[in-house]
Design a binder for this molecule. Structure first.
Ligand code: NAD
Length: 254
């Protein structure tokens, strides 16, 4: 039985992943604002420190695998999206690194989004602020865009960069680190987007090339694969799990 920490475990993709891993016999320590083993708010540094402390205490200082799934969709304040979606991942990666090195599975999956692959980010001050760990500046720049969707895409792009730039150092310590990029998944987050007065109509109208949206369990299964020995040579990768959205949008860029 492995000890696996999952953020965003109370709903959607995180809840489906937690259920799947518990069914397989693992001990899951969920981290979420409510309805989890460790209840914290990842939008603040204090909440993130409490998440790390709480999960490490429950796991006895050794974590076998980690899934960072908690996130806010493009219906929230841009600066809060910046804090949860980027710093709620990056600071937890830092905080759990030692405990993962002591674990058995030594595998991490970060849930990004297909939105991470959209846009031009070369030389972007916003991306630089995220990657420099400057939360105040990243929040201010996200707020300045005035668009939650822009903050969402930037936060998800930066989080993939953060995963990939750790690949050398983490690989040397034997810990695999990958990201998944879902497209449209039937969860409360998607329902909030559909109900939103700005992005709702377009979100509701868009159907991925496979002809339907994903069920949370379909993303959970891919996360389970990446955590497992079946993916023992997959490291530093972004696995797009989007029913063909990315291929539709940019067939010759990959
Ligand atoms: P969801 O809303 O069902 O679940 C997200 C979970 O994150 C919730 O339980 C929520 O309480 C938690 N969370 C949010 N803010 C938090 C905070 N400040 N502190 C602690 N926990 C917090 O959404 P979901 O669709 O399952 O999303 C999971 C991940 O998948 C997110 O990172 C999201 O960006 C990503 N994603 C979702 C879709 C989709 O269409 N649903 C598409 C691409 C990516």
């Amino acid at each position: 039985m492995a000890s696996i920490v999952i953020t965003g475990s109370a709903s959607g993709i995180g809840a489906a992943t937690a259920a799947m891993l518990r069914e397989a016999g693992h001990q899951v320590v969920g981290v979420d604002v409510a309805g989890a083993e460790v209840c914290v708010d990842l939008s603040s540094a204090a909440g993130r420190a409490a998440a790390i402390d709480g999960a490490l205490t429950r796991c006895g200082g050794r974590i076998d695998a980690l899934v960072l799934c908690a996130g806010l969709g493009a219906t929230h304040a841009p600066e809060k999206i910046a804090s949860v979606n980027y710093f709620g991942v990056s600071e937890l990666l830092d905080g759990f690194k030692g405990a993962l090195e002591a674990g058995t599975m030594k595998s991490v999956v970060v849930v990004a989004s297909v939105a991470a692959t959209h846009g031009e980010w070369e030389g972007s001050p916003l991306r630089e602020a995220f990657l420099a760990g400057d939360e105040e500046k990243a929040r201010a720049l996200c707020a300045a865009t005035g668009h939650a969707a822009a903050a969402y895409a930037a936060s998800k792009h930066a989080v993939v960069c953060d995963v990939r730039r750790r690949a050398a150092a983490w690989g040397a310590r034997g810990v695999r680190l990958n990201a998944v990029a879902p497209g449209a998944v039937e969860t409360p987050l998607l329902q909030q987007s559909i109900a939103d007065p700005v992005v709702g109509k377009a979100t509701a109208a868009f159907i991925p090339p496979l002809g339907r949206r994903a069920e949370p369990a379909e993303i959970a299964q891919v996360i389970g694969f990446l955590l497992s020995d079946a993916a023992s040579y997959v490291h530093g990768s972004l696995l797009v799990v989007d029913g063909g959205i990315d291929a539709l949008a940019r067939p010759c860029r990959f």
